[in-house]
Design a protein around this ligand. Structure first.
Ligand SMILES: Nc1ncnc2c1ncn2[C@@H]1O[C@H](COP(=O)(O)OP(=O)(O)OP(=O)(O)O)[C@@H](O)[C@H]1O
Ligand SMILES: [Mg+2]
Length: 313
C-alpha cells in the first residue's frame, strides 16, 4: 500500500480533572491511507470523538497530549497554531458530532457555506455564493439556488446534515473527519446520507466515527474498534465485522438488534484508573487476563487484535 495520508503514533490524550487524569486515548496507533474510509466504532465514552478532535487539535488547552500525528509526513502536534489553522481549513474538513446545533440560525445556509468557501479558498462575494449553490447541489439538496437563501430552521434534520457536509467540503479537504453524521436521523435519511458519503468521498480519505455498525460495514474500507481509550481491533471492514477476533468486537456485534440484541454485561471502566491487565477483562467471558496487558497482534493479513488469545509475547 502507498504511504499513509495520516499516521497516528503512540497518541496519548489526558484530561486533568480534580479526580485525576482522564486517559481518553492511550497509546493509539493508526494509519489512514489515501482514498480510504476508516470506520471508528466503540461504545459511548471509548474515545472516538477525542481522537478525532486530537487530530484536528481542537481539544481544550490544558489537555495533556503525547505522541505523533503525522499528516502528509508533517507532525500536526508540533505545528504553530496559524499553520494548523490552514491545515484545518484546507486539508482536513470536519462534520462535528451533534451537528444539528452547528449551523447558525441567524444566517442563511448559503451564506454560511459561502463564508467557509471565502475563508478557506479565498473566493469573493458572488463566486463564493455560486460555490455554495454548487456544493448544496453536490450534496443533493433540491433547488439548491432557492434553498441557499433559506435559514437553517427551514431545513429538515437530514438536509441540515447535508448542508454541514457541504460546508466541510467547501475547502475540498483530502481528509474528512465525520463524527456520527447519521445520528438522530430516521432510517431512510440515514441511508441517503450514507450513500452521499460513498459518493462525495470517492477522492478523499474519511475518518468515519459511528455507532452505526451497518453504516461502517457499508462505507468503510477498514474498521477500528475502540475500547476504554485503546484500539482493540483493526482490519478490513469485511473481516472485522464478519469474523471479529476480539471478544469485545464480538460482544458489540452480538448487541445489535439484528444479531439478537444481547448487550455486553457490565460497563466500561474508569479512564482515570483503568483495570490492570486487559481493560476488557472485567467484562470478558472468554478469558481472564487481569495481570497481562495485551499488545495489538496481527491475527490475519492487516488484521490486528489486542487480546491475550493471540498475544504470546
Ligand atoms: N474535556 C474533558 N474532560 C474530561 N474528560 C473528558 C473530556 N472530554 C472527554 N472526556 C472523556 O473522555 C472519554 C472519551 O470521550 P469521547 O467523547 O471521545 O467518547 P466517544 O467514544 O466519542 O463517545 P460517544 O460515542 O458517546 O460520542 C469519555 O470518558 C469522556 O467523559
Ligand atoms: Mg463521540
Amino acid at each position: 500500500m502507498n504511504a499513509a495520508l495520516l499516521e497516528v503514533r503512540g497518541l496519548k490524550v489526558g484530561f486533568p480533572t480534580p479526580d485525576g487524569l482522564v486517559r481518553a486515548s492511550d497509546t493509539v496507533d493508526l494509519e489512514l491511507y489515501h482514498r480510504e474510509i476508516l470506520g471508528l466504532i466503540g461504545e459511548t465514552g471509548s474515545g472516538k470523538t477525542v481522537l478525532g478532535m486530537a487530530i484536528l487539535r481542537l481539544l481544550q488547552p490544558n489537555t495533556v497530549i503525547e505522541g505523533e500525528i503525522r499528516y502528509r509526513g508533517r507532525d500536526l502536534l508540533s505545528l504553530p497554531e496559524d499553520e494548523m489553522r490552514k491545515v484545518r481549513g484546507r486539508e482536513i474538513g470536519v462534520v462535528l458530532q451533534n451537528s444539528g446545533t452547528s449551523l447558525n440560525p441567524v444566517y442563511t445556509v448559503g451564506d454560511q457555506i459561502a463564508e467557509a468557501a471565502t475563508l478557506h479558498q479565498g473566493l469573493k462575494g458572488s463566486e463564493a455564493r455560486h460555490r455554495a449553490v454548487e456544493l448544496l447541489d453536490a450534496v443533493r439538496i433540491p433547488d439548491p439556488a432557492v434553498m441557499a437563501r433559506e435559514y437553517p430552521h427551514r431545513f429538515s434534520g437530514g438536509m441540515r446534515e447535508r448542508a454541514l457536509i457541504a460546508m466541510a467540503l467547501a475547502c475540498s479537504p483530502s481528509l474528512l473527519i465525520a463524527d456520527e453524521p447519521t445520528k438522530g436521523l430516521d432510517a431512510v435519511t440515514k441511508r441517503e446520507i450514507i450513500d452521499l458519503f460513498a459518493e462525495v468521498n470517492r477522492d478523499r480519505s474519511v475518518l468515519f466515527i459511528t455507532h452505526d455498525i451497518e453504516a461502517a460495514a457499508t462505507l468503510a474500507t477498514r474498521v477500528a474498534v475502540m475500547y476504554a481509550g485503546e484500539i482493540v481491533e483493526i482490519g478490513a471492514a469485511g473481516e472485522v465485522l464478519s469474523d471479529p477476533a476480539h471478544p469485545y468486537t464480538r460482544g458489540l456485534l452480538a448487541s445489535l438488534p439484528e444479531r439478537g440484541m444481547r448487550p455486553i454485561p457490565g460497563s466500561a471502566p474508569s479512564l482515570i484508573t483503568p483495570p490492570p491487565g486487559c481493560r476488557f477483562s472485567p467484562r470478558c467471558a472468554t478469558k481472564d487476563c487481569k495481570s497481562e496487558h495485551p499488545g495489538l497482534v496481527e491475527v490475519g493479513p492487516g488484521h490486528y487484535a489486542r487480546c491475550m488469545l493471540y498475544d504470546r509475547g
